[in-house]
Design a protein around this ligand. Structure first.
Ligand code: KG4
Ligand code: ZN
Length: 347
């Protein structure tokens, strides 16, 4: 089964062709980062316009690279939400157009479902597992019992971890988005030079909070006479160490509490080398299997939608033409495979 997948939830215009839910035949991503960097963050209206400009070329490139034509496709999958509504609507409308013109089933998917199933494109992994989704908009812990079966067991109460990385990078004058820059500088800095808080670490429950670390960084910067290259590296390393400690310890605690031995870490922040290294150490010491998708599948991309799309279409589940984009959408609202309404595709 060949599925064309389309993802436009934020600032990457992405299309992929995925075979049988596991074979990535192409995975094209056109990033808008350079355009938004000037404004220090994603400007929603610009994101929608840029998606419109490039979506056709990105889809054509995905088909070309996969060496398939529209006639070869068995379905079209699009990110339905959550995300920027105008940006989502571009991908959804184009997906509907293709599905309608080619008489293909259309399926609208949850962006985070894509992220947390992405490792299945590369690794044999069985359910159930714990998933930590860490991106610019999410820092959530999910219990994953199967495709479509997700339960939130912890979440950030304020900033997402990626958002905190981006805000700290901005304070240090490192540009947008700053996660990858902080990651690089942290390797050259002293993680103990500054003592930043580890919010909620010793509290009961599995929720996170990152705004306090960010504020502590702001005060540390203010306390310095001059923020030179050394102090920038040290702040980056100390900030990253605080975020990594909270993320890793809470995730491992969640896995223990849920009796799960397998953990998936996904989303843009999962590219972070400090986070990967600490999780690798914990995997060895705690006897856990901790899986990270390769970096290209951690950041926003369309191939990650292929796993769920294939499973849903195989079970006859698809959407009707009235399908709309949704800016806010909880993963817990999804229907597990098997418990679906066979008439859901009507309409
Ligand atoms: O998943 P993603 O590409 O888009 C969203 O759905 O949000 O995640 C983007 C986020 C940004 O906040 C970016 O700064 C962060 O991921 N990020 C990183 C790294 N690479 C990207 N954060 C820390 N270390 C990195 N290496
Ligand atoms: Zn994402």
């Amino acid at each position: 089964m060949l599925i064309l997948c389309i993802e436009t939830s934020c600032d990457e215009t992405a299309a992929a062709v995925v075979g049988n839910g596991s074979e990535i035949l192409s995975n094209i991503v056109a990033s808008q980062i350079d355009v938004h960097a000037r404004f220090g963050g994603v400007v929603p209206e610009i994101a929608s316009r840029k998606h419109l400009e490039s979506i056709s070329q990105v889809i054509e490139a995905a088909l070309r690279e996969a060496k398939v034509s529209y006639d070869d496709l068995d379905g079209v999958a699009v990110t339905r939400g959550p995300g920027l509504i105008g940006a989502l609507l571009v991908g959804l409308s184009v997906g509907k157009g293709i599905a309608c013109a080619r008489k293909l089933p259309l399926i609208g998917l949850h962006h985070i479902e894509g992220h947390i199933l992405a490792p299945l494109l590369e690794t044999d992994l069985s359910f159930p597992y714990l998933a930590l989704a860490v991106s610019g908009g999410h820092t959530h812990l999910y219990r994953v019992d199967g495709i479509g079966s997700y339960r939130t067991i912890g979440r950030t109460l304020d900033d997402a971890a990626g958002e905190a990385f981006d805000k700290v990078a901005k304070m240090l004058g490192l540009g947008y988005p700053g996660g990858a820059v902080i990651d690089r500088l942290a390797t050259e800095g002293d993680p103990e030079a500054f003592v930043f808080p580890r919010p909620m670490l010793h509290k009961k429950g599995l929720d996170f909070s990152f705004s306090g670390i960010k504020t502590a960084v702001m005060y540390a910067i203010r306390s310095l006479e001059k923020v030179d290259e050394k102090s920038t590296r040290d702040i980056a390393a100390s900030f990253q160490a605080a975020v990594v400690e909270v993320l890793t310890r809470k995730t491992v605690r969640a896995a223990m509490e849920q009796g799960l031995e397998r953990i998936v870490v996904a989303g843009g922040v999962a590219c972070n080398r400090g986070l990967r290294q600490r999780f690798a150490e914990l995997a060895a010491s705690e006897g856990l299997q901790i899986v990270f998708p390769s970096p290209a599948l951690c950041a926003d991309n369309a191939a990650m939608l292929g796993v769920a799309a294939n499973a849903y279409l195989e079970h006859g589940r698809h959407d009707g033409w009235r399908l709309n984009a949704v800016a806010n959408w909880s993963l817990d609202q999804l229907e597990p495979l098997g418990g679906f309404d066979p008439l859901a595709g009507e309409g």
